[in-house]
Design a protein around this ligand. Structure first.
Ligand SMILES: CCCCC/C=C\CCC/C=C/CC(=O)SCCNC(=O)CCNC(=O)[C@H](O)C(C)(C)COP(=O)(O)OP(=O)(O)OC[C@H]1O[C@@H](n2cnc3c(N)ncnc32)[C@H](O)[C@@H]1OP(=O)(O)O
Length: 284
């Protein structure tokens, strides 16, 4: 209630860029009054690891942007090196059972909200985007990336089966053969490779340019009837959405069984440790 009152006040404010930031600030929303486009920024320090709270916040922000009839949604990160490090591995290592369940449900919700989003969506990938980071980038309809970053689904490299929604995203973006190979090999692509295979649409040298490109992409729909555009998008995605709904409960149980497996726990512990060790080495 307070939140919507606050929002309506902000909407009337005459600023060029109005902020609809959520109270927790794990994500922020800025709506450009000139273009009507909302920029949704991931803002969980240090590397936008997707934990329950960030996913919950993301869901609320996506809904807020849709409800406020923005003309489009641009997803980006406040970190200038990392778009998102993917799922927060600490939520999966020695997990709290209820939180682990919630984590996956919230991830499914975010995917669903973006995959079926009424608005045109674009990702300004201003840093590394492994696994869940790649999921957020490839669920959007357009991607632009900064140089010297990496993107991809590295799950199989970690001994993890990529869930079906990773497959849907890749099949929307890449030729089937490339999608299958990169998912089954857990390939991570440099920005330049990503551009070459069509995983990203463009490469630019700054975040500002990335946001401009995303705005231009969304502007290409300016003269298209919004309802027709949205229904055409839904039509293309209907079969995936149907399959997702059919398999959603099974997908959740598979995730829980998978992360609770002793071998998976051992592997996660080693992997988390190696990430921490990397920092220790850098400090030497
Ligand atoms: C139908 C069947 C379905 C079955 C499904 C079953 C299972 C599905 C399994 C779940 C799927 C998971 C998908 C995922 O998203 S898993 C996460 C994968 N992510 C990664 O592998 C990324 C690892 N991180 C990195 O490569 C780098 O950190 C970086 C993102 C490139 C950033 O590098 P840098 O800026 O140099 O930062 P640091 O490496 O120093 O990291 C800072 C800090 O953060 C910790 N950390 C890094 N990544 C994560 C993470 N994903 N989760 C939690 N914590 C992370 C890192 O250890 C450092 O911590 P300290 O400051 O404490 O040292």
């Amino acid at each position: 209630m307070m939140r919507s009152k606050f929002l309506s006040l902000l909407i009337r404010a005459p600023s060029v860029c109005r902020s609809m930031s959520t109270a927790t600030k794990l994500t922020t929303i800025d709506v450009n009054d000139k273009t009507g486009i909302a920029t949704l920024t991931l803002n969980r320090s240090p590397i936008n690891a997707l934990n329950v709270e960030l996913l919950q916040d993301l869901n609320e922000s996506i809904k807020e942007i849709e409800d406020n009839k923005s003309r489009g949604l641009i997803l980006t990160s406040s970190n200038d090196k990392v778009f998102s490090a993917g799922l927060d591995l600490n939520e999966m290592y020695r997990p709290d059972k209820d939180r682990a369940r919630l984590l996956w449900i919230k991830l499914q919700d975010v995917w669903l909200a973006l995959y079926s989003c009424d608005l045109p969506t674009a990702a300004a990938i201003n840093g590394y985007a492994p696994a869940g980071g790649c999921l957020l980038a490839t669920v959007c309809e357009y991607r632009v990336m900064l140089p010297k970053c990496r993107i991809g689904f590295n799950e199989t490299q970690l001994g993890i089966v990529p869930p079906i929604f990773c497959m849907f995203n890749f099949l929307n973006v890449l030729p089937r053969r490339v999608a299958e190979r990169s998912l089954s090999q857990g390939q991570m692509f440099t920005t330049e490779q990503a551009l070459q295979i069509g995983l990203v649409d463009d490469v630019v040298s700054s975040k500002g340019e990335a946001l401009d490109k995303c705005t231009k992409f969304i502007d290409t729909f300016a003269k298209v009837n919004p309802l027709a555009r949205s229904l055409a998008k839904q039509q293309f995605r209907a079969a995936d959405l149907q399959r997702f709904q059919t398999e959603r409960a099974k997908d959740l149980e598979s995730f829980l069984a998978f992360i609770n497996h002793p071998q998976m726990q051992e592997g996660l512990g080693i992997y988390l440790n190696s990430l921490k060790k990397k920092q220790q080495l850098n400090a030497v």
